[in-house]
Design a protein around this ligand. Structure first.
Ligand code: SF4
Length: 287
């Protein structure tokens, strides 16, 4: 038996404090079919698997003493949830809310409405929008046809109402990050969008399949140090491991595990990435 590829003792990560609460509003409901989605099952807009708002209320009560910087509404596509507006208002009573969306629901009217909702709260609404490449064809090849223009359209509508946007680039083609950043800023500028470097986050493309690599030394910061995700099935470490038995931390926030062995291929991607893959830089929330 070969032993060199067996992880005898995987490193672990312990939750330091809960600053980022991810809430999966739906596991499978999405209006797009991106080829590179890290969620394994086929997306379908007919699946009605939405989390109940009472479960979110319960989680907010149980995490009352946690110093949350931000609640992230995720999915599949969170804006397909029929109670999306009520959930957004509920979360905004507690802290800032980041909507992680494919952008397809953000027209001018929706952006105006969301600004109205934000103005009712002392906290902010932020957006994370996904892209893969600054070249429209290369981008749509791994996402879905029309998604590049859809995101550009959403950014323009959100900019009009002065929302903070983070463009999350998954480096599918494994190109040099610095070059990607420069090209993205140029392309956006040509479409009339001015963005700063801080608004663009470039992540490593994740490893789903088995790999022979050893886990490297952990040098950066991992999402599981400061985050947990609530789904309709329970509490999990991070969006990568949502609904995956390897990331299960408990059934609710009254009693959940704080420690996770870093033994999945997703963990390897996080370690390589050297900075948190899902959470927004916490400095953004300092006044
Ligand atoms: S996938 Fe990343 S964030 Fe999730 S447990 Fe592994 S290292 Fe932590």
């Amino acid at each position: 038996m070969k032993t060199e590829n067996i992880l005898l003792c995987a490193p672990t990560c312990t939750l330091k404090e809960l600053n980022n609460l991810f809430i999966e509003l739906t596991e499978k409901n999405c209006n797009q079919h991106c080829k590179q989605c890290y969620i394994d099952f086929p997306m379908n807009k007919k699946i009605k698997d939405f989390i109940h708002i009472d479960k979110i209320k319960e989680a907010l009560e149980q995490t009352q003493s946690a110093p949350l910087n931000c609640i992230y509404l995720t999915g599949a596509e969170p804006m397909t949830h029929p109670d999306f507006n009520s959930i957004l208002r509920l979360c905004l009573k507690r802290t800032n809310v980041c909507i992680c969306t494919n952008g397809s629901f953000i027209n001018e009217k929706k952006a105006r409405f969301l600004k109205k909702v934000e103005n009712e709260s002392k906290y902010s609404i932020l957006f994370q929008l996904p892209m893969n490449h600054f070249n429209e064809l290369k981008n749509d090849e791994v996402r879905s046809r029309g998604s590049f223009r859809q995101v550009i359209h959403a950014i323009k509508n959100l900019n009009k109402y002065d929302f903070y946007i983070i463009l999350c680039i998954t480096n599918y083609y494994k190109e040099p990050k610095k070059q990607m950043l420069t090209e993205f800023l140029k392309v956006l500028e040509n479409t009339g969008i001015h963005m700063e470097q801080d608004n663009i986050k470039i992540n490593e493309f994740w490893q789903k399949s088995n790999t022979q690599e050893d886990l490297q030394e952990i040098k950066g910061s991992l999402d599981c140090e400061n985050s947990r995700i609530l789904t309709s099935k329970g509490i999990y470490t991070c969006p990568f491991l949502a609904n995956d038995y390897r990331g299960r931390m408990g059934s609710d926030f009254s009693n959940y595990s704080k420690r996770i062995p870093l033994e999945t291929n997703f963990c390897m991607t996080c370690i390589k990435n050297k900075e948190q893959m899902f959470a927004i830089n916490k400095n953004l929330f300092k006044d």
